[in-house]
Design a protein around this ligand. Structure first.
Ligand code: F3S
Length: 390
């Protein structure tokens, strides 16, 4: 890789250990993927924030970086953590909260925003064509496909290294030639709700490898439905981008079809539990948008949650703050709005939660292994019907 004189100085350790190690992470990856140079980025998004998934060892690395004076050079947001101060901290062992806090402290020392969300684009929408180094796979697919920004699927360490350098290696999704569609997906059924968009993503993710599809006949889309599709595609596959509807030149491109029965089967496979046993109804994977908060508030208005069922809505503190009236409505109904938390990387199993009902295909995919829970996957309106009517 070509390095400027300044980059070379950093690489050679003339600007301190923390900068050297970050530069080495970026150049090693760049060499591996055939990048010729580093390019500036406008923002970074770092994953690996939850203590549940991170564990103890990486915290020492974060501390060492912070001790050595590492500071982010661009706006840097963080993925969700494992618990929130308002609801879960009180219900979980104190040591877990302390260890989680220790991780957040290290990031704070390096200058990251305490955003704690997998939807950083609601805090600030990246400009079309801007180069990013984002590490949350659902946000990566959404950024490339819906927002028109350019980012590879970074890992936690490479996103942090990019944040500290303000640069990333110029390869993959940062290059126009790698963003061209190479497969057409004809959806042969009319998608009815956000859960079917998620199921489509889970189904396609398994078939696509790292192809970039044009997905045709998606029917009525909305940013929230495309968010479910993005999250699910990234769950089972390496696709970092899709196009909706018609592409420009599609002659000679391979075509595949998805039928109603594929989606039905996917939803069935992701539903391992039964509605009657469900003890947690969960909406907010990826974190809820303002529109979703409004929709939930409207649907629960005047209702009361069923005894023995918890209702969680996860979002960022930014959206929670913006949607204060909706939060009140949800809380009046007996639900809880958790800010900055990912249910899948929290300790629901320690709270005695055995069956999770959700509208998110990504949660339904991960919950059996990460949360040791049975799952019921269905659209938000059915989730709420179960939570509020029994
Ligand atoms: Fe976000 Fe957690 Fe889902 S990080 S995308 S809420 S699995």
């Amino acid at each position: 890789m070509y390095l400027t004189r300044e980059e070379e100085r950093i690489f050679n350790g003339e600007c301190g250990w923390a900068n050297e190690i970050c530069m080495k992470i970026l150049t090693r990856l760049g060499d591996l993927y055939g990048a010729k140079k580093l390019i500036p980025i406008s923002s970074a998004h770092v994953s690996g924030v939850s203590y549940k998934t991170l564990g103890d060892a990486p915290v020492e690395f974060l501390r060492a970086l912070a001790d050595a004076g590492a500071k982010v050079k661009v706006k840097t947001t963080l993925n969700p953590q494992s618990l929130d101060a308002e609801h879960l901290t009180k219900r979980l062992p104190k040591t877990l909260a302390q260890k989680q806090l220790r991780i957040l402290e290290q990031f704070k020392r390096m200058g990251t925003k305490e955003s704690l969300t997998c939807t950083p684009y609601y805090l600030e929408r990246p400009k079309r064509g801007s180069q990013l180094a984002w590490a949350e796979s659902s946000a990566v697919v959404y950024a490339n496909s819906v927002l028109g920004a350019w980012t590879n699927r970074e890992g936690g360490p490479s996103a942090l290294a990019a944040a500290i350098m303000g640069k990333t290696a110029d390869h993959g999704m940062h290059r126009d030639e790698n963003r061209q569609p190479n497969l057409i997906v004809n959806v042969e059924t009319r998608l009815q709700n956000e859960t079917e968009f998620g199921a489509l993503g889970i189904h396609l993710g398994k078939m696509l490898g790292d192809s970039i599809p044009i997905i045709r006949s998606l029917g009525k889309t909305s940013p929230d439905r495309l968010k479910q599709l993005s999250a699910a595609l990234a769950t089972t596959g390496m696709t970092n981008m899709f196009y909706c509807g018609i592409g420009s030149e599609t002659k000679g491109i391979e075509k595949i079809s998805v039928e109603a029965k594929d989606l039905k089967r996917t939803i069935k496979e992701l539903s391992t539990g039964s509605c009657e046993k469900c003890d947690l109804v969960f909406i907010g994977c990826p974190h809820c948008s303002l529109a979703e908060m409004k929709q939930i508030a409207q649907m629960v208005k005047g209702k009361k949650i069923k005894r023995g069922t918890e209702f969680w809505v996860c979002t960022s503190s930014h959206i929670k703050e913006t949607a204060r009236d909706c939060v009140k409505e949800i809380e009046r109904s007996g639900g809880q709005v958790l800010a900055g938390v990912c249910t899948v990387v929290s300790w629901t199993e320690k709270l005695g939660i055995e069956t999770i009902m959700t509208n998110s295909a990504k949660t339904a995919y991960y919950a059996p292994t990460l949360s040791k829970a049975e799952t019921v996957l269905c659209p938000m309106k059915d989730c709420l019907r179960t939570a509020f009517q029994g």
